[in-house]
Design a protein around this ligand. Structure first.
Ligand code: AP5
Length: 210
């Protein structure tokens, strides 16, 4: 799943992976978990993440390779937030060839800047079930418990305005070129990421399976 910050990649990737019965692999989730556990990887990644910058390619490529090598990826997987740079895309191509996999399907979620900013400023995550919510949703308020599991909701550090501005600039500079990269290879489908969650889910499912 490709798309700018707040496009709904995480929201839709979870749904798609459940529909397809394959793992959802989010490099952002793996890195946030490492930061929460205060591992060596987390300590190396934290400063970049808080500032809205990308974690260095070599670290993220190693994480992705290790994850894709696991047995539960044999029947497929939904990648969310990786690749994010041309070197990452080239490393993924190489890993796919080494694993003898079919070519990727790249789904690019398109969302306007105003909507993206609205989504990021109101996003809340759950410490219990990793659910993704928004304060505009019924039952989700600043201090309310998670509507799914009762866990604690929190706001991501990188959803503060300064980090969001940096993430958008980083996206335009380093990740947007992947649209051309995958389009040139005939692998890209653009999908409108605006509208009701269920409608987008259907567009994503149909693009992934056709
Ligand atoms: P990551 O976690 O991947 O962040 P991101 O790409 O910036 O994407 P987001 O998680 O912010 O947005 P999303 O598109 O998943 O939207 P969501 O579904 O949550 O990465 C974080 C950091 O980790 C990076 O900055 C970097 O430092 C590091 N990192 C990760 N991967 C890396 C890599 N490969 N290389 C280097 N560094 C890496 O939705 C957003 C909000 O909108 C939610 O509140 C949701 O409820 C709401 N929403 C979703 N859909 C809709 C809808 N249709 N209508 C209304 N609201 C909606």
């Amino acid at each position: 799943m490709l798309g700018p910050p707040g496009a709904g990649k995480g929201t839709q990737a979870v749904r798609l992976s459940e529909q397809l019965g394959v793992p959802h692999i989010s490099t952002g989730d793996i890195l946030r978990e490492a930061v929460a556990q205060d591992t060596e990887l987390g300590r190396q990644a934290k400063g970049y993440m808080d500032a809205g910058e990308l974690v260095p390619d070599e670290l993220v490529i190693a994480i992705a390779r290790e994850r894709l090598d696991r047995e539960d990826c044999a029947a497929g997987f939904v990648l969310d937030g990786f690749p994010r740079t041309v070197p990452q895309a080239e490393a993924l191509d190489e890993a796919m060839r080494a694993l003898g996999r079919e070519p990727l399907r790249v789904l690019n979620l398109e969302v306007g800047e105003q909507e993206m900013l609205r989504r990021l400023s109101g996003r809340r995550m759950c410490r219990g079930c990793d659910g993704i919510f928004h304060v505009d949703q019924e039952g989700v308020e600043a201090d309310s418990p998670c509507p799914e599991c009762g866990g604690q909701l929190y706001q991501r550090t990188d959803d503060q305005p300064e980090a969001v501005r940096e993430r958008l600039a980083v996206y335009q500079r380093q990740t947007e070129p992947l649209i051309q990269y995958y389009s040139d290879r005939g692998l890209l489908t653009n999908i409108s990421g605006e509208g009701a969650l269920g409608e987008i889910q259907e567009r994503v499912r149909s693009a992934a399976q056709n």
